[in-house]
Write a protein that binds this ligand. Structure first.
Ligand code: G3P
Ligand code: CA
Length: 256
Protein backbone atom coordinates (compact mmCIF):
# COMPACT_ATOMS: atom_id res chain seq x y z
CA UNK A 1 0.00 0.00 0.00
CA UNK A 2 1.34 3.44 -0.93
CA UNK A 3 0.61 4.98 2.49
CA UNK A 4 2.47 2.22 4.38
CA UNK A 5 5.48 2.42 2.08
CA UNK A 6 5.55 6.23 2.35
CA UNK A 7 5.53 5.89 6.15
CA UNK A 8 8.47 3.48 6.05
CA UNK A 9 10.37 5.93 3.85
CA UNK A 10 9.89 8.72 6.43
CA UNK A 11 10.58 6.86 9.70
CA UNK A 12 13.93 6.94 11.52
CA UNK A 13 15.52 3.51 11.23
CA UNK A 14 15.82 1.30 14.28
CA UNK A 15 19.41 0.79 15.40
CA UNK A 16 20.21 -2.92 15.68
CA UNK A 17 23.41 -4.00 17.45
CA UNK A 18 25.13 -6.55 15.23
CA UNK A 19 26.25 -9.52 17.36
CA UNK A 20 25.81 -7.05 20.25
CA UNK A 21 28.00 -3.95 20.53
CA UNK A 22 30.65 -5.96 18.71
CA UNK A 23 32.94 -3.04 17.92
CA UNK A 24 33.59 -2.71 21.65
CA UNK A 25 33.07 -6.21 23.12
CA UNK A 26 33.43 -9.79 21.89
CA UNK A 27 30.65 -10.60 19.40
CA UNK A 28 27.70 -12.78 20.41
CA UNK A 29 28.57 -12.75 24.13
CA UNK A 30 26.49 -11.53 27.07
CA UNK A 31 28.86 -8.56 27.66
CA UNK A 32 28.39 -7.48 24.02
CA UNK A 33 24.59 -7.66 24.29
CA UNK A 34 24.51 -5.88 27.66
CA UNK A 35 26.76 -3.15 26.27
CA UNK A 36 24.49 -2.76 23.24
CA UNK A 37 21.54 -1.95 25.52
CA UNK A 38 23.71 0.50 27.50
CA UNK A 39 24.66 2.15 24.21
CA UNK A 40 21.00 2.79 23.46
CA UNK A 41 20.38 0.16 20.78
CA UNK A 42 16.74 -0.41 19.82
CA UNK A 43 17.49 -4.07 19.14
CA UNK A 44 20.20 -6.69 19.39
CA UNK A 45 21.05 -9.15 16.63
CA UNK A 46 22.58 -12.54 17.45
CA UNK A 47 23.51 -15.68 15.49
CA UNK A 48 22.11 -19.03 16.62
CA UNK A 49 22.93 -22.69 16.02
CA UNK A 50 21.58 -25.97 17.34
CA UNK A 51 24.01 -28.15 19.33
CA UNK A 52 24.30 -31.95 19.17
CA UNK A 53 22.21 -32.19 22.37
CA UNK A 54 19.43 -29.94 21.09
CA UNK A 55 20.32 -26.64 22.78
CA UNK A 56 20.43 -23.29 20.98
CA UNK A 57 23.71 -21.42 21.35
CA UNK A 58 24.84 -18.00 20.20
CA UNK A 59 27.84 -18.03 17.87
CA UNK A 60 28.34 -16.82 14.31
CA UNK A 61 30.64 -19.43 12.79
CA UNK A 62 29.97 -23.12 12.25
CA UNK A 63 32.99 -23.89 14.41
CA UNK A 64 34.54 -22.29 17.46
CA UNK A 65 38.11 -21.72 16.20
CA UNK A 66 37.99 -17.98 15.50
CA UNK A 67 36.31 -16.86 18.73
CA UNK A 68 37.72 -19.38 21.24
CA UNK A 69 41.03 -20.59 19.79
CA UNK A 70 39.86 -24.23 19.99
CA UNK A 71 38.14 -25.82 17.01
CA UNK A 72 34.90 -27.62 17.71
CA UNK A 73 32.10 -28.03 15.17
CA UNK A 74 29.06 -26.48 16.85
CA UNK A 75 26.43 -28.92 15.52
CA UNK A 76 28.55 -31.92 16.57
CA UNK A 77 29.29 -30.60 20.07
CA UNK A 78 27.22 -30.64 23.23
CA UNK A 79 26.38 -27.46 25.11
CA UNK A 80 28.75 -28.63 27.87
CA UNK A 81 31.63 -28.93 25.32
CA UNK A 82 30.94 -25.44 24.04
CA UNK A 83 30.40 -23.60 27.29
CA UNK A 84 33.71 -24.92 28.58
CA UNK A 85 35.44 -22.75 25.97
CA UNK A 86 36.55 -19.19 26.68
CA UNK A 87 35.12 -16.75 24.13
CA UNK A 88 36.28 -13.29 25.20
CA UNK A 89 40.09 -13.02 25.28
CA UNK A 90 40.49 -13.38 21.49
CA UNK A 91 38.94 -9.89 21.33
CA UNK A 92 40.80 -8.30 24.25
CA UNK A 93 42.26 -9.58 27.52
CA UNK A 94 39.73 -7.59 29.59
CA UNK A 95 36.92 -9.86 28.32
CA UNK A 96 38.63 -13.10 29.41
CA UNK A 97 36.23 -15.50 31.11
CA UNK A 98 33.26 -14.88 28.80
CA UNK A 99 31.51 -17.92 27.32
CA UNK A 100 29.32 -18.88 24.38
CA UNK A 101 25.80 -18.09 25.67
CA UNK A 102 22.56 -20.02 25.37
CA UNK A 103 19.64 -18.50 23.47
CA UNK A 104 17.75 -18.15 26.77
CA UNK A 105 20.59 -16.13 28.33
CA UNK A 106 20.68 -13.71 25.40
CA UNK A 107 16.88 -13.40 25.43
CA UNK A 108 17.02 -12.54 29.15
CA UNK A 109 19.10 -9.40 28.39
CA UNK A 110 16.31 -7.89 26.27
CA UNK A 111 14.61 -5.07 28.20
CA UNK A 112 10.91 -4.19 27.98
CA UNK A 113 10.40 -2.55 24.60
CA UNK A 114 13.70 -3.81 23.13
CA UNK A 115 13.70 -5.97 20.04
CA UNK A 116 15.60 -9.19 19.44
CA UNK A 117 16.71 -10.07 15.89
CA UNK A 118 17.29 -13.81 16.04
CA UNK A 119 19.40 -15.01 13.12
CA UNK A 120 19.03 -18.73 12.53
CA UNK A 121 22.26 -20.06 11.03
CA UNK A 122 21.14 -23.66 10.58
CA UNK A 123 18.23 -25.34 8.81
CA UNK A 124 14.51 -25.59 9.72
CA UNK A 125 15.28 -28.25 12.37
CA UNK A 126 16.05 -25.40 14.78
CA UNK A 127 12.55 -23.90 14.51
CA UNK A 128 10.63 -26.24 16.91
CA UNK A 129 13.36 -25.79 19.54
CA UNK A 130 13.25 -22.03 19.09
CA UNK A 131 9.46 -22.00 19.47
CA UNK A 132 9.79 -23.80 22.83
CA UNK A 133 12.49 -21.37 23.97
CA UNK A 134 10.43 -18.35 23.00
CA UNK A 135 7.39 -19.74 24.82
CA UNK A 136 9.50 -20.02 27.99
CA UNK A 137 10.91 -16.50 27.67
CA UNK A 138 9.30 -13.27 28.82
CA UNK A 139 9.50 -11.77 25.31
CA UNK A 140 6.31 -10.58 23.65
CA UNK A 141 5.56 -11.48 20.03
CA UNK A 142 6.32 -7.87 19.00
CA UNK A 143 9.82 -8.01 20.46
CA UNK A 144 10.94 -10.96 18.34
CA UNK A 145 12.17 -10.83 14.75
CA UNK A 146 13.46 -13.97 13.05
CA UNK A 147 16.00 -13.58 10.24
CA UNK A 148 17.74 -16.18 8.05
CA UNK A 149 19.55 -16.59 4.74
CA UNK A 150 17.86 -19.95 4.18
CA UNK A 151 14.41 -19.25 2.67
CA UNK A 152 13.17 -22.63 3.98
CA UNK A 153 13.83 -21.44 7.53
CA UNK A 154 11.75 -18.28 7.03
CA UNK A 155 9.01 -20.32 5.35
CA UNK A 156 8.92 -22.73 8.31
CA UNK A 157 8.82 -19.88 10.85
CA UNK A 158 5.91 -18.14 9.07
CA UNK A 159 4.02 -21.44 8.81
CA UNK A 160 4.51 -22.48 12.44
CA UNK A 161 4.58 -19.13 14.29
CA UNK A 162 3.22 -16.44 11.94
CA UNK A 163 2.89 -14.00 14.84
CA UNK A 164 6.64 -13.32 14.70
CA UNK A 165 8.02 -11.02 12.03
CA UNK A 166 10.50 -12.79 9.76
CA UNK A 167 12.88 -11.28 7.22
CA UNK A 168 14.78 -13.05 4.49
CA UNK A 169 18.47 -12.15 4.33
CA UNK A 170 20.49 -11.90 1.16
CA UNK A 171 23.83 -10.60 0.00
CA UNK A 172 24.29 -9.58 -3.60
CA UNK A 173 26.77 -11.12 -5.96
CA UNK A 174 29.61 -8.91 -7.14
CA UNK A 175 28.53 -8.90 -10.77
CA UNK A 176 26.70 -5.94 -12.26
CA UNK A 177 23.75 -5.34 -12.62
CA UNK A 178 22.50 -5.95 -9.09
CA UNK A 179 21.43 -9.53 -8.52
CA UNK A 180 19.09 -10.74 -7.18
CA UNK A 181 16.87 -8.12 -8.80
CA UNK A 182 13.99 -6.48 -6.88
CA UNK A 183 11.57 -8.65 -8.89
CA UNK A 184 13.42 -11.83 -7.91
CA UNK A 185 13.55 -10.74 -4.25
CA UNK A 186 9.81 -9.95 -4.21
CA UNK A 187 9.04 -13.34 -5.77
CA UNK A 188 11.02 -15.11 -3.04
CA UNK A 189 9.47 -13.00 -0.25
CA UNK A 190 5.97 -13.84 -1.50
CA UNK A 191 6.71 -17.53 -1.88
CA UNK A 192 7.99 -17.92 1.69
CA UNK A 193 5.54 -15.52 3.38
CA UNK A 194 8.30 -13.21 4.70
CA UNK A 195 7.47 -9.82 6.19
CA UNK A 196 10.55 -8.16 4.80
CA UNK A 197 13.91 -8.25 3.10
CA UNK A 198 17.19 -7.56 4.86
CA UNK A 199 20.24 -7.09 2.70
CA UNK A 200 23.88 -6.33 2.83
CA UNK A 201 24.28 -2.54 2.43
CA UNK A 202 25.47 -2.80 -1.14
CA UNK A 203 26.56 0.55 -2.65
CA UNK A 204 24.71 -0.34 -5.87
CA UNK A 205 21.34 -0.44 -4.06
CA UNK A 206 19.25 2.53 -5.13
CA UNK A 207 15.88 4.16 -4.44
CA UNK A 208 14.14 2.27 -7.25
CA UNK A 209 15.15 -1.09 -5.74
CA UNK A 210 14.03 -0.20 -2.20
CA UNK A 211 10.84 1.48 -3.46
CA UNK A 212 9.93 -1.65 -5.43
CA UNK A 213 10.28 -3.75 -2.26
CA UNK A 214 8.17 -1.23 -0.27
CA UNK A 215 5.53 -0.94 -3.02
CA UNK A 216 5.14 -4.72 -2.98
CA UNK A 217 4.24 -4.38 0.75
CA UNK A 218 7.51 -5.57 2.31
CA UNK A 219 9.80 -3.94 4.85
CA UNK A 220 13.41 -3.23 3.90
CA UNK A 221 16.30 -3.56 6.39
CA UNK A 222 20.11 -3.50 5.96
CA UNK A 223 23.42 -4.60 7.50
CA UNK A 224 26.21 -4.04 8.54
CA UNK A 225 26.88 -0.29 8.59
CA UNK A 226 29.57 1.32 10.75
CA UNK A 227 30.29 4.39 8.59
CA UNK A 228 28.09 7.47 9.21
CA UNK A 229 27.91 8.40 5.49
CA UNK A 230 26.62 4.94 4.68
CA UNK A 231 24.08 5.13 7.53
CA UNK A 232 22.86 8.50 6.18
CA UNK A 233 22.50 7.02 2.72
CA UNK A 234 20.49 4.00 3.86
CA UNK A 235 18.32 6.16 6.13
CA UNK A 236 17.46 8.29 3.08
CA UNK A 237 16.80 5.15 1.05
CA UNK A 238 14.15 4.26 3.64
CA UNK A 239 15.69 1.36 5.55
CA UNK A 240 13.43 0.43 8.49
CA UNK A 241 16.48 -0.67 10.48
CA UNK A 242 20.24 -0.35 10.27
CA UNK A 243 22.33 -3.10 11.78
CA UNK A 244 25.68 -1.88 13.09
CA UNK A 245 28.58 -3.00 15.26
CA UNK A 246 28.58 0.56 16.75
CA UNK A 247 25.03 1.38 17.96
CA UNK A 248 25.90 4.49 19.99
CA UNK A 249 28.14 6.01 17.32
CA UNK A 250 25.65 5.46 14.47
CA UNK A 251 22.65 6.65 16.52
CA UNK A 252 24.47 9.91 17.36
CA UNK A 253 25.10 10.48 13.68
CA UNK A 254 21.53 9.79 12.62
CA UNK A 255 20.03 12.10 15.24
CA UNK A 256 22.28 15.05 14.31
O1 G3P B 1 21.76 -9.00 10.25
C1 G3P B 1 22.20 -9.86 9.26
C2 G3P B 1 23.68 -10.08 9.30
O2 G3P B 1 24.07 -10.34 10.62
C3 G3P B 1 24.07 -11.19 8.39
O3 G3P B 1 25.45 -11.37 8.31
O4 G3P B 1 27.36 -12.88 8.58
O5 G3P B 1 27.05 -11.04 10.15
O6 G3P B 1 25.53 -13.00 10.23
P1 G3P B 1 26.37 -12.11 9.37
CA1 CA C 1 24.11 -12.29 11.90
Amino acid sequence: CYFASALQLMATPLIVAHRGASHDAPENTLPAFELAWKQGADAIEGDFHLTADGKIVCIHDYDTARTTGTKKIVKDSTYEDLTALEAGSWFAEKWKGTHIPLFSEVAATVPVGGKFYVELKCGPEIVPVLIRELAQSTLTDEQVVIIAFDPKVIQTVKKEVPQYKAYWLSSFDKSSPLKPSADAVIKTLRSIGADGFSSKADPRLNQAFIQAIADAGFEYHCWTIDRPEEADRFEKLGAASITTNRPEFIRERLTQ
